[in-house]
Design a binder for this molecule. Structure first.
Ligand code: MOS
Length: 725
């Protein structure tokens, strides 16, 4: 189905199932431990053995020698495959660092070998016997030190000009009566999802199957075939349950390719999980940024100029953290300037992590907005409201499809009790606690991605098949809701099967596009199935309605089960609708913190998000997405930081003991409000994403609350207590 016009009235609007707070249909499987995650799929291939990955002990240089003779003689060992004995695997657009092969080392813990043994313990013990020597080369590990020599990143315009200019920023800034010029840093962060990267690989002749944990099945199939240089038709990827991804599982990682290589060498199915201490340095992370914001305004608070630039680092050929993305779109101002710079570093690969770009970008922009509001003597909510825009500020002919940011701010402020805030910092005490309130705007783009599904009707029940994934987000449930609504069934009459590359290719779980696009694909397939059903039952497909297990047209009503067995397959594809309007999601975030007046300890006391993301398909799972994002943003604001050993070039705190993330005791009650909006430009579902919106802006709201509590403005994240004292 081609979607290129705003959606009209359709069966989803009935809202009998879609839009209702619904328990996860996969919940019982998960809470009883019966949902099989990649490493637990003991039944998919017989005679599984274990692989243990070796990681490089240097960050840059070459392997001088590897000796596995002792390891190969160790008990239970079937095969040892060494990087020095294996040709370098192809890199590509989705993995900058080589996943395996060759003597060159590009980053710490890059995979340099796999030991395959009968048991995990045997594989691990033998891995410790592999002797490796290196010729270490000097590397660059310090973003601040390399920022000076960073190169401009080509822009997104047709001329690729690195600096995007609208109007005359320099003049407007020079002439403005009120202005600020502030710099921020954000830290390297790790996805730290619960389930590690894990794969079971099995060969059947030249056909490879991997049972793995991956957010994007069609990408994984394509990239695995390209990396191993085998035809895509010979690759099957299956990933029905995933214990979190946050972008870390968007792409192939070493577990997949080494399970495949190990399985080929050993002639047995091989299962591999990255150990927790391997994950931070072997896989990808969110790169640190150095950002500068300059804002200028009239005395009455109208922004006249905005400039934002960001410098981040990556391996040669890697991408920048696009921390300026939201600043190009969020607020009105006639004069604008944005650019990014990229420094080559020899740290592990930087790549997408939940709301790449916007998450760290808003941690700077939304604090700068708070500082500007204070300088203007304005309430920060009102300051944002008067600088709202309903068009793309860089391309004013392009309107927002549906933008209710002002309503997010007003609703959030009212529900949070913002009017009780004392604008003067450091004034509110509760015993030993200094108490402060902060707010920030949230912004994340909405992307359209084609997505397909197959729906099968049999005995009045429906099965949905698509390679879409559920990374803990609630995909199973919203897809079941969609098919139930379309076919006039209850949700328990729908079965959903996900994550298999043999199924029609979906949008996958990334960029918060999964929910709206994957359900739109299911919608398209159901439209086709409805036509097939009506035709088979001799009813007019144009007027047939589907409700309560019956198909009704004119004065006839027939049981859906009378249609017997039928299958339909279709998907949603987009024309240029996404280019004609700007589609984004919005939030108003409000946070109250307490800061211990003596120790500087920061405790978040209350959090509220008011979100505008089109139709909310399932308010229950959507709320979980948003509170998960809010929690992650507290981590980014207050504790998360991959600490770099700048001598040897690795992340030191590469496990969950050293890499701090918020736990339950760190997080208070979180309130989430969804505005009751529909965006007819997004998809026929009129829904947009919330999974990344939830993290966007919250970190700044925490920082602004800390400032309001203490009067100390910390611009270097994370805001640890030492920075307050
Ligand atoms: Mo997301 S960082 O596209 O999983």
């Amino acid at each position: 189905m081609k979607f290129n016009e705003p959606a009209g009235q359709n069966p989803i609007d009935n809202g009998k199932v879609v839009g209702r707070a619904t328990d996860r249909i996969d919940g019982p499987l998960k809470t009883t431990g019966r949902a099989p995650y990649a490493y637990e799929r003991h039944d998919v291939a017989p005679n599984q053995v274990y692989g243990y990955i070796l990681g490089a002990g240097i960050a840059k240089g070459r392997i001088a020698s590897m000796d596995a003779s002792e390891a190969r003689r160790a008990p239970g060992v079937l095969k040892v495959v060494l990087a020095t004995e294996h040709p370098p695997l192809k890199t590509g657009p989705m993995n900058t660092a080589r996943l395996f092969g060759g003597a060159e080392v590009e980053h710490y813990h890059q995979a340099i070998g796999i030991v395959v043994a009968e048991t995990f313990e045997q594989a691990r013990a033998a891995a410790a016997l592999v002797r490796t020597t290196y010729d270490r080369a000097p590397g660059k590990f310090d973003l601040a030190a390399e920022a000076e020599g960073a190169e401009f990143v080509p822009g997104d315009g047709p001329d690729k000009a690195p600096v995007k200019r609208v109007g005359d920023f320099a003049k407007a800034y020079a002439d403005a009566p009120v202005k600020i010029d502030v710099a921020f840093t954000t830290a390297d962060e790790s996805h730290a999802m619960m389930e590690p990267h894990a794969t079971i690989a099995a060969w059947n002749g030249n056909k490879l199957t991997v049972w793995t944990a991956n957010q994007m099945i069609a990408w994984a199939k394509r990239e695995l075939a390209r990396t191993l240089e085998i035809p895509p038709a010979n690759v099957r990827v299956d990933s029905p349950f995933i214990g979190g991804g946050f972008g870390g599982k968007l792409f192939l990682r070493a577990d997949v390719v080494l399970a495949a290589i190990g399985a080929k060498a050993a002639g047995r199915p091989v299962k591999v999980a990255l150990t927790r201490p391997m994950m931070a340095n072997n896989t990808t992370h969110r790169p640190a940024t150095i950002q500068r914001l300059r804002l200028a305004a009239t005395q009455d608070g109208k922004l006249t100029a905005i400039a934002h630039n960001s410098t981040s680092g990556n391996l040669k050929g890697g991408d920048p953290e696009t921390a300026i993305a939201q600043t190009k779109l969020f607020y009105a101002a006639p004069n604008r300037e944005t650019f990014m710079k990229l420094a080559v570093l020899d740290l592990p690969e930087g790549n997408a992590m939940r709301a790449p770009g916007e998450a760290p970008g808003l941690m700077a922009l939304e604090v700068a907005m708070d500082e500007m509001a204070e300088k203007l003597g304005m309430d920060p909510v009102e300051f944002r409201i008067i600088n709202d825009t309903q068009v793309d500020p860089e391309n004013p002919e392009k309107k927002y499809s549906d933008r209710n940011f002002v309503q997010c701010l007003r609703t959030g402020a009212e529900k949070f009790g913002w009017s009780r805030r004392n604008a003067q910092p450091g004034q509110v005490r509760d015993g030993r606690w200094l108490v402060g309130m902060g707010m920030a705007g949230g912004f994340r783009n909405n992307m359209l991605m084609k997505s397909a599904a197959r729906v099968k009707l049999d005995g009045g029940r429906v099965t949905v098949e698509t390679d879409m994934t559920d990374i803990g987000t609630g995909t199973y449930t919203i897809i079941a809701q969609t098919a139930a609504e379309m076919m006039g069934l209850a949700i328990d009459q729908v079965r959903v099967v996900l994550g298999d590359s043999d199924f029609p290719a979906s949008a996958g779980s990334g960029g918060q596009w999964g929910a709206a696009n994957s359900t739109a694909g299911v919608y398209a397939a159901c439209v086709k199935l409805r036509e097939a059903v009506a035709t088979k039952l001799g009813l007019d497909p144009a007027t047939a309605s589907f409700t309560d297990g019956r198909v009704i047209a004119g004065n006839r009503s027939v049981a859906l089960s009378d249609a017997g067995a039928l299958t339909a397959e279709d998907g949603i594809e987009y024309g240029d609708i996404g280019k004609r309007v700007v589609q984004s999601t919005f939030a108003g975030h409000f946070v109250e913190v307490g800061v211990d007046a003596y120790t500087g300890e920061i405790r978040v006391r209350r959090m509220l998000a008011a979100c505008d993301a089109g139709r909310i398909l399932n308010p229950k799972s959507a709320r979980s997405q948003v509170i998960g994002g809010m929690t992650m943003a507290v981590g980014a604001a207050l504790m998360e930081e991959l600490a770099i050993d700048k001598r040897f070039g690795f992340f030191v705190n590469h496990d969950l003991a050293g890499y701090e993330v918020p736990v339950h005791a760190d997080i208070p009650h979180q309130e989430v409000i969804f505005l009751d909006t529909l965006d007819p430009y997004s998809t026929p579902m009129k829904a947009k994403g919330v999974g990344e919106l939830g993290i966007c802006g919250v970190g700044a709201a925490v920082a602004n609350a800390v400032y309001n509590a203490t009067g100390v403005r910390v611009r270097d994240y994370p805001i640890t207590l030492d920075k307050l004292i």
